[in-house]
Design a protein around this ligand. Structure first.
Ligand code: CU
Length: 475
């Protein structure tokens, strides 16, 4: 079983000039008592993913043993664009049996991850943590706990996608407006004139209408709550949770239960600390939460719950002398939709210096047959967003659809500078959730990494359904 300790042990051994071998391959885990054939990204000693220090070189040889072509993206790193790992945009897919070498400096520490950027492989869990430690913090007495979350299905993702496209029951439920009277003016061409809507009544029959895909389980480090990973912790000790939402399409809530923590970074970038025990956690985002554990011999669950439902997973922090009891696999009540509430509270530790910006408003749209568009275009990667090197660029995502979209820009970190037109010096990050029904989020970034970069919704089925474009500029 993959665990964080082996991940960190591999780091200690990996210092040197030889590349770290990471193999994209097949593996078997157990979910709900049944064998599940999935994919993974492992080092020869069996650890999953990679840990390195900021200031070091990312020197990786990726070997493809998946049985089909693949491409792996280093989510949150800002490499030269040819090493960004997006099939068909930054590189050709790596054939089965082949390999690809990556070699670039990594300056910034943070909680990042790696995942397939090809087809539907991400739903087969072809993803792993990518942790860049800050050498300045090495002396601090803080225990690192890395948790990668997934949404899991025994079904073939291609079948799920075909059903969504055919407007199967999942789809029909997704498209149903939460309150018909509030939705006059909505049509499938992508224009919605509904005002702010309470999403609290969208949940029916235990299925998430917010996401549209019915999952068999949520996983935390590949495990369910009937057999969670248990981390031994010190009573009174300090723990840094590095939480990664690696789900294909499930926005989640982190639920610390009786514990309270300080959110200190999002997507690997520091924010002014925010205390709390529940945090919104959209697809592809990361949360770094610092915990000061009470001086009690107690086991503390760290849970992730689906939005619009109660399915959950998690890990347990167990102090010496505590007993890890059985945890219910569902929460007591449904959790609400994930939106922009936390986003609006976040403030960057190092905000961008204000500059004059070039601006563009990008329309997020949908059409019949599970078609998802950016500025009215399906799969618009060949019509890149016009950005010039050196620009400060402000991009406003305007969501004309009935679902929220976790929008991800490659090769850059951006700052969230407005939500629904209200400006603030928000978090610097790489993935932001644009809420459904006319949600509007503005990001700002400096065009300082020339190349061809993907810009897309990180909901896997939306991306495959067309919600992807690119941004390109030369030095
Ligand atoms: Cu989306």
């Amino acid at each position: 079983m993959t665990t964080a300790p082996s991940l960190f042990a591999s780091h200690a051994k990996a210092q040197g000039s030889a590349p770290t071998i990471i193999t994209a391959g097949r593996r078997v885990i157990e979910v709900n008592g049944k064998a599940a054939n999935i994919l993974g990204l492992t080092q020869p000693a069996g650890s999953h993913g990679l840990v390195m220090n900021a200031g070091e070189t990312f020197r990786v040889r990726l070997e493809n043993r998946v049985g089909e072509p693949t491409a792996i993206h280093w989510h949150g790193l800002t490499p030269p664009w040819q090493q960004d790992g997006v099939a068909g945009l930054s590189q050709e897919p790596i054939p089965d049996g082949g390999g690809y070498d990556y070699d670039f400096p990594v300056a910034r520490p943070g909680t990042f991850w790696m995942h397939s950027h090809m087809g539907l492989q991400e739903q087969h869990l072809l993803a792993a943590p990518l942790i860049v430690l800050d050498p300045v913090e090495a002396s601090k007495d803080v225990q690192e706990v890395v948790v990668l979350f997934h949404d899991f299905t025994f079904r073939d993702p291609a079948e799920i996608l075909a059903e969504l496209k055919a407007g199967g029951h999942d789809m029909a439920a997704t498209r149903k407006p939460p309150a018909a009277s509030a939705h006059e003016g909505h049509d499938m061409s992508g224009m919605t004139t509904g005002a702010a809507i309470d999403h609290g009544d969208m949940q029916m029959g235990g299925m998430s209408h917010l996401q549209g895909v019915q999952y068999d389980a949520l996983l935390a480090n590949d495990r369910t709550l009937d057999d969670p990973e248990v981390f031994a912790v010190e009573p009174g000790g300090r723990v840094r949770l590095r939480l990664i939402n690696g789900a294909a399409s499930t926005n989640m809530w982190i639920d610390l239960g009786r514990l309270s923590g300080q959110l200190i970074a999002v997507d690997g970038m520091a924010v002014e600390p925010i205390g709390g025990s529940r945090f919104e956690f959209a697809v592809a985002q990361r949360l770094d939460i610092l915990l000061e554990l009470p001086r009690e011999a107690t086991a503390w669950p760290v849970l992730a719950v689906q939005e619009g439902g109660r399915m959950r997973t998690g890990v347990v922090l167990a102090a010496k002398g505590s007993s890890v009891g059985k945890l219910a696999e569902t929460a007591d009540a449904d959790f609400p939709a994930v939106g922009a509430e936390l986003e609006q509270k976040l403030r960057a530790a190092k905000p961008l210096v204000e500059r004059v910006a070039r601006k563009h408003t990008m329309m997020l749209g949908e059409g019949s047959g599970y078609v998802w568009t950016l500025d009215g275009v399906v799969h618009g990667s060949d019509k890149p967003l016009a950005v010039r090197a050196g620009d400060r660029f402000e991009l406003t995502f305007m969501n004309h659809t009935t679902m929220s979209h976790p929008m991800h820009l490659h090769g850059h970190h951006f700052q969230v500078v407005a939500v629904n037109g209200r400006r603030f010096a928000g978090a610097v990050r790489d993935t932001v959730l644009v809420p459904a029904y006319m949600g509007q989020v503005t990001i700002a970034f400096d065009a300082d990494n020339p190349g061809k970069w993907a810009l897309h919704c990180h909901h896997l089925y939306h991306m495959v359904g067309g919600m992807m474009t690119s941004m390109a500029y030369e030095a």
